[in-house]
Ligand binder design. Structure first.
Ligand code: CU
Length: 159
């Protein structure tokens, strides 16, 4: 009787351990959104990428039909106090780490919008990784003000 109870308990603990494994598996992209923008202007997309795989990986490119070109950028405060954006060939995604693309930091730069992007619209983005297969996302468009973002990336003024 006592043994049965112990086995039962062990089984339950095992199940609990499996269920509480944090997050998911593979390469997970979440919390993605794109900033509203004018036709022919620029915009940006933001997201969180979690690498649950055992392989060190990297984000090496993004493509979209909604714009003329897509680049991976990093916004940084320059020595002169002016926010500057630099193009990144790759952002590292070591195994087991999380990468946040957000206003004022890493972002997906959307260059030359083919149509105006308004809150409630959606665009398709395809992420390209060093190792993992492509991930295609349907990204909702939101007003940056609603997301607590400011114009700090300078996306509306950059050529
Ligand atoms: Cu940018």
């Amino acid at each position: 009787m006592k043994n049965v109870l112990i086995f039962g308990l062990a089984g339950m603990l095992l199940l609990a351990a499996c269920a509480s494994t944090p997050g998911g598996e593979g390469m997970e992209v979440k919390d993605y959104w794109a900033r509203a923008g004018m036709m022919d202007g620029n915009s940006a997309a933001y997201m969180v990428i979690v690498n649950y795989t055992d392989t060190d990986d990297g984000l090496v490119g993004v493509s979209s039909d909604a714009v003329d070109a897509v680049e991976i950028h990093l916004s940084q405060m320059g020595a002169d106090g002016i926010m500057q954006m630099t193009k990144q060939e790759k952002i590292d995604l070591p195994a087991g780490t999380e990468l946040e693309l957000k206003p004022g930091s890493y972002h997906v730069m959307l260059i030359g919008l083919k149509e105006e992007l308004k809150a409630g619209d959606e665009i398709t983005l395809t992420l390209h990784f060093q190792t993992h297969e492509d991930i295609t996302l349907t990204v909702p468009v939101k007003d940056a003000a609603d997301m607590g973002g400011s114009g700090m990336d300078g996306h509306n003024t950059m050529p």
